[in-house]
Ligand binder design. Structure first.
Ligand code: SF4
Length: 284
């Protein structure tokens, strides 16, 4: 079948750096001495490869012994994690993406300038859980219908967003916040351009294909966002982790397939998928 690729897809620099740092740290330490506080990235295949290389990724900070090295993953961590790691005499290797670090710094600065910080994001996402630790009482909100319940009235509000969110969603939320009573609004753009470019590319690809495959971890926020954009454009869309999840019915009656991938999806998964898809003929 004919297959077209999104012009921007797959690994971002933040994920590449985090994986490289994790691999180097494991090589430089004794087996079992490096522990990541959760999966380094949201991709099951990469996580498994790192486990096989000797990286424990189910780390519970409190259970670690002095001398162990803690790897802070690309999503970052709250300040308390660094303090506890130092108190427990653990080594720290920090793989937090520079853009997540910037969001953490912005939140701290907004608080110091007297703003009540509002973060547009998913409260359960590890990046958000870490970022909100850099100021007290940060409000996390992701749906317009929740604003009335959580938004303080007539305050000075400082707004940031989860790095992987879509600009359109963030703009809608900011518009909704601005339509409520506030004293002052300061918005700092914390969106990741790497993610935005992948979102633009999948939207463009929707004009050229009649079925879309979005490759990446099922828990990966930026991959799910790509799938949402494609589905909202009316495209039959399949979010898969690897070729193993492909089923011929997915392409039945279609002529041209689009393929894109989230920022935590390695090239070899994309290449294998595209090669296999090109070799199959859709049923009429
Ligand atoms: S998607 Fe953006 S913010 Fe997230 S790790 Fe990659 S470069 Fe950093």
């Amino acid at each position: 079948m004919e297959v077209r690729l999104a012009r921007k897809r797959g690994f971002c620099f933040g994920v590449e750096d985090a994986i490289e740092l994790a691999q180097r740290t494991v090589q430089m330490n004794e087996p079992g001495k490096v522990v990541a506080l959760g999966p380094v990235i949201h991709n099951a295949q990469v996580v498994e490869n790192l486990e096989q290389a000797g990286l424990n990724q189910s780390g519970d900070l409190e259970a670690l012994r002095a001398g162990t090295t803690v790897l802070i993953r690309s999503h970052g961590a709250d300040p308390e994690t660094y303090v506890r790691a130092a108190e427990k005499e653990l080594g720290i290797v920090d793989a937090t993406c520079v853009l997540v670090k910037r969001a953490q710094t912005v939140v701290k600065q907004l608080h110091e300038e007297g703003y009540r910080v509002i973060m547009i994001g998913d409260a359960n996402h590890p990046e958000v859980k870490g970022v909100i630790g850099y100021a007290p009482d940060v409000i996390v909100v992701d749906r317009e219908e929740d604003l009335d319940a959580v938004l303080p009235k007539r305050e000075r509000l400082g707004i940031v967003a989860q790095t992987t969110h879509a600009p359109e969603h963030v703009a809608e939320m900011i518009g909704a916040i601005a339509s409520r009573p506030f004293r002052e609004l300061k918005i700092v753009n914390t969106l990741c351009l790497e993610v935005v470019r992948r979102q633009e590319a999948v939207a463009e690809l929707c004009d050229e294909v009649d079925v879309m495959f979005v490759l990446g971890g099922l828990h990966s926020a930026n991959t799910r966002e790509l799938a949402r954009i494609s589905a909202e454009a009316g495209m039959p869309t399949y979010h898969l982790e690897t070729w193993a999840q492909f089923e011929p019915r997915m392409i039945a009656g279609h002529r041209v397939a689009g393929v894109t991938a989230g920022a935590s999806t390695p090239d070899y998964i994309i290449d294998e998928f595209v090669e296999n898809l090109r070799a199959v003929e859709p049923a009429a």
